[in-house]
Structure formats: C-alpha cells, structure tokens
Design a protein around this ligand. Structure first.
Ligand code: E4P
Length: 221
C-alpha cells in the first residue's frame, strides 16, 4: 500500500518523510487554508520535499478553466497531480488532460458509478471519500470495495486513493480490500505506529536489562 498524507503542513510532511513511509501528498482548498505560507511558496516546498505525487486542486468550474489551471499547476513540477472534481465539466477536463499526459486525481467521489465514469474519462487516480460517506450513515468502505471490483472487472488503469480517512480502522479496512493507496491525516499515520503493549514491552525490557546489569553485569566483574 502506498501511503499519502492528506495535508499541506510542511512539518507533518517532513516528519512522515523522515519515518520513511511517505509516498505522496494530497491537498485541497480547505487543507491549504489551514496554512499561513503564501500558496506558491508553500506548493514549491511541498513539491521539493515529497518523493512522490502531490495532488493540487483546481478551482475553476468549467472544463476550459480547469484545463488552463491544470497546465499551470503541472508546470510546477514533475510530481504534480491535478485534482479535478467529479462533475461533467471535470470529466471533460480529465479527458483532455489525460491525452496531454497530465496526471489527474478525480476528487469528491461518493459512488461506484461516479468512479466508473472517472475511470472511463482517463483519470490517473480516483478518490472515494469514505469518512464523509460514513458521516451521513452510509458505508464508505463498501463503496471502495465496489469501486475496486469495477476497476478490476474492466482492467481500467485508474488507481483508487482511499480518501477522507478519519481513523486507523479505515486504513486497516482499506488494506484488507487491497486498496493501492490511502491518503490520511497526520494524526492517523501517527496512531498506526502505536500499541500500548509495545510501550509496556519496552518499559519491561528496559527494567529487566537494568536489573541484570546491576546484579550480573556484562563481563562478570
Ligand atoms: C482527499 O484527497 C481529500 O483531500 C480529503 O481526504 C478530504 O477529507 P475530509 O473529508 O476529512 O475533508
């Protein structure tokens, strides 16, 4: 599974990279609005740090505007992926961009049929939003399961990015489904490392080792 961070926070991106588990980053206008650095500067720094794809979202609502924005964004770096909303205009833009070799991530996907259309349009990535579906009493992971099945049935090249992840359980379920990519907030990634029995085990190993050193020592003297 490739792990993407759903953040524009440089500190979080740097830490995940240091841990050696960062494969990419996804952003959206809300995520960007949480930061205080000017957009161009922020994006350049993210593109420099991240060793893989970085999704940057367009704001236009018509295909022509989206394509124009996408070309500008794509010129910022080789690892740019342009995030396009799941609308009819968006799919027109995805078709044009895929023919130009510009990678796209179709966002705000909430149903398997939307994903089917995005795959047909030539999306590089498709992002179903599991958390927002769960929020309204639907089963977000069931939508992911069906999307994976449809993509497999027809051999589409699009890859699924499980998005709108709220907690480690979402990552666990996505892994059981074999989802190729999950994008998650930093706090979810942090929690994946943790287990109280690991902490307890470390404390016990340290205590027993110190007692052994005190009573027996290393060289028998
Ligand atoms: C996906 O690419 C989106 O940026 C993101 O996962 C949305 O998550 P949210 O529902 O927590 O805002």
């Amino acid at each position: 599974m490739r792990i993407f961070l759903d953040t524009a926070n440089l500190e979080q991106i740097r830490r995940a990279k240091e841990w050696g588990v960062l494969d990419g980053v996804t952003t959206n206008p809300t995520i960007i609005s949480r930061e205080s650095m000017p957009y161009d500067e922020l994006v350049r720094e993210i593109l420099r740090i991240v060793p893989g794809p970085v999704s940057l979202e367009v704001l236009s609502e018509d295909a022509e505007g989206m394509v124009r924005e996408a070309r500008e964004l794509a010129s910022l770096g080789e690892n740019v992926v342009v995030k396009i909303p799941m609308t009819a205009e968006g799919m027109k833009a995805v078709r044009v961009l895929s023919e130009e070799g510009i990678r796209t991530n179709v966002t705000l996907v909430f149903s398997p049929l939307q994903a089917l259309i995005a795959a047909k349009a030539g999306a590089t990535y498709i992002s179903p939003f599991v958390g927002r579906l769960d929020d309204i009493g639907h089963d977000g992971m069931a939508v992911v399961r069906d999307i994976l099945q449809i993509i497999d049935n027809y051999g589409f090249e699009s890859e699924v990015i499980v998005a709108s992840v709220r907690h480690p359980r979402h990552v666990y379920e996505a892994a059981l489904l074999g989802a190729p990519i999950v994008t998650m907030p930093f706090h979810v990634l942090e929690k994946m490392f943790k287990h109280p029995k690991t902490d307890e085990g470390l404390i016990r190993f340290k205590r027993d080792w110190e007692q052994y050193l005190r009573t027996v020592g290393r060289d028998g003297r």
